[in-house]
Every structure is written in C-alpha cells, then in structure tokens.
Design a protein around this ligand. Sequence first.
Ligand SMILES: [Zn+2]
Length: 133
Amino acid sequence: MKSGKQKKAEIKKSRLARIGKRDTTVDPYKYPIPEWAIPVDRSAIVYHSMYLDIPLFYIDKEFQCKDCGSSEVWTAKQQKWWYEIAKGYFETTAIRCRSCRDRRKKMRVEKKRHMEEMAKKVPHPNSAFFKNT
Ligand SMILES: [Zn+2]
C-alpha cells in the first residue's frame, strides 16, 4: 500500500515530467497557441505596469518555496485562477508551497482570534481617556 506522502511525490514527479516536455518547445509569447495550453484572457487580468509583456497562454511554472525551499509547480490552471478569478496582480507570482501557505493562513487566523479575545476583556478604567469620541 502506498502512503499519502508517496502518492503526493508521484503526482509531483509526473507534473514535473509534464512541464519538462512542454516547456522546452514553446514560447508563451509566440503563436501558435498549443492545443493543450490555457490561453490568457487579457481582459480579465489586472496589472500595474504599463510595459508588461502579457503572454498568450499560461504554462506550468517551477519555483522554490520561499519558506521551506521545496520545489513546487504552479500550474497553468492555478495561474489562470489567480490572475483572472482571484484578480491577483499580473506582476505577482507563487512563492510558497501549499503547506507553508496553509500554515501562514492558520497563523493569521490565530492572531485575529487572539486580538478579538483581547478586545473582549474588560477595559482598564483609564482606557476611557483614549476612546474616540
Ligand atoms: Zn513551503
């Protein structure tokens, strides 16, 4: 029986193999758009730079997680979601793996909860001086 970790590693391997096959032959700035490619919808993307070169289609990107250093793949599909649905700026790119992102998210939630707890506590009598009127 395969462990979840092994399975995950295999999926990652096949993903890497796939981009290896595709990356070497295509330029996302040049026509024709390959049939497997996920095209960029220029009207849906948001960006700051006036001189940004926008590719014709997304391709899977390899990157190293900023926190744990693991090698990850940011898939074309995930990129499309991030830029066109979530409206992430086109200048932004994936820098953290899933588990590091989840960990940071959890930390933020914890912090927020803590702040709310603190706010609920009975204020010090002097705190009336600092209230906005
Ligand atoms: Zn990581």
